[in-house]
Design a protein. Structure first.
Length: 82
């Protein structure tokens, strides 16, 4: 549709393992902006970030709970928000 534009916002906070062996706090946020450009194309701008912190005095953050660059981001099948 002509003039198609939109925005997607996502935020989450997770506190895990209060009774388990891994205790951590994770916060994530994302913002996507879509705008139609000439020739029927679409321009997309994406900003995303996250923070993961171990809870406890001597706690470490397991490798599988850390954030890494890359991956998919979107709304199609097989893609997910950070």
């Amino acid at each position: 549709a002509k003039g198609a534009a939109g925005e997607l916002r996502h935020a989450s906070v997770e506190v895990s393992g209060l009774l388990g062996d891994v205790q951590l706090l994770r916060a994530e946020g994302a913002w996507k902006r879509f705008a139609q450009i000439f020739g029927g194309g679409m321009f997309t701008l994406t900003l995303a970030g996250g923070l993961a912190r171990p809870l406890g005095p001597d706690a470490t953050l397991p490798l599988e709970d850390r954030f890494f660059l890359g991956g998919t981001f979107g709304q199609s099948l097989g893609e997910h928000l950070p």
